[in-house]
Design a protein around this ligand. Structure first.
Ligand code: ATP
Length: 247
């Protein structure tokens, strides 16, 4: 299974510099992390992969299925940075509603919503109104929204931003526990977030990929003498410095 962006060019406004130009990317197996400074193009990459927006040039496919098709939207789920509750809907109704929007029939969506919420460890909050959930719980509801319709790819835009350390840990453990064929691409600013769970790391700077490889090859870039526990941060900083990023 492969989600691929091929020679994609995207600009937000006509006449502006493209944010991504002739951009190639292939999503690896397992859990991949997308790193990069503010404005590097991470959210834009995720939105193209999610088929929320389309490139002006180039193409996006999952196993040959073009982005924008109904099948692609069923297979690929996206959680934006600013996931919001749906006032009046419980967690289970929220997840079932996503399933229904993705083409499931109501009884199936309702049944699967329960299973998906158990998978993200929210069995006990199922009947809680979504606007009463904490930020971390709401993001787990968002992940359940991908699981409910059996998405094969899950794209998460900064899902741990603003969470306290405990909620962040719970979210990461939940992601690590997702089994099966689902591939996850997660953007984050929190470099330390990746070290334990990620299988792959991609670093984007100024619309270009400056590193794409497994976590081990990323950590191998850590400069000698880096303090213990700061290997990922060291590797990331070294990559950006070598790419000409200014402090
Ligand atoms: N809706 C928009 N209209 C115009 N320009 C935009 C829009 N969204 C993003 N941009 C610009 O595109 C570039 C890439 O933004 P993008 O959000 O993809 O970066 P990012 O790596 O996700 O950044 P951050 O980590 O701050 O979220 C930035 O220069 C940004 O200002």
């Amino acid at each position: 299974m492969t989600l691929e962006l091929t020679r994609c060019t995207y600009r937000y406004r006509r006449g502006r510099q493209p944010v991504l130009q002739d951009f190639d990317y292939a999503l690896p197996d397992g859990l991949s992390i997308l790193l990069g400074p503010n404005g590097a193009g991470k959210s834009t990459l995720l939105k193209l992969a999610a088929s929320v927006t389309s490139p002006q040039r180039g193409s996006v496919h999952l196993d040959g299925i073009p982005a924008g098709t109904r099948q692609y939207r069923q297979d690929v789920a996206w959680m934006p940075q600013d996931i919001t509750p749906m006032p009046g809907l419980t967690a289970r109704e929220y997840v079932a509603y996503i399933g229904w929007l993705k083409g499931m029939n109501r009884p199936d969506a309702w049944k699967r919503a329960r299973q998906a919420l158990v998978q993200v460890d929210l069995a006990d909050r199922m009947n809680e109104r979504s606007d009463r959930l904490s930020g971390g719980q709401l993001r787990r509801v968002g992940v359940a929204g991908a699981l409910v319709h059996g998405a094969r790819v899950l794209l998460l835009d900064e899902p741990t931003a603003g969470l306290d350390p405990y909620q962040r840990r719970v979210f990461r453990d939940m992601l690590a526990g997702l089994t099966g064929d689902i591939r996850v691409l997660l953007s984050t600013h929190d470099v330390a977030d990746l070290a334990e769970e990620a299988d792959h790391v991609t670093v984007v700077y100024d619309g270009r990929i400056i590193h794409h490889g497994d976590t081990r090859s990323f950590l191998a870039l850590t400069p000698p003498g880096t303090a213990e526990g700061r290997a990922a941060e060291g590797a990331y900083t070294a990559l950006l410095r070598n790419s000409g990023a200014r402090a």
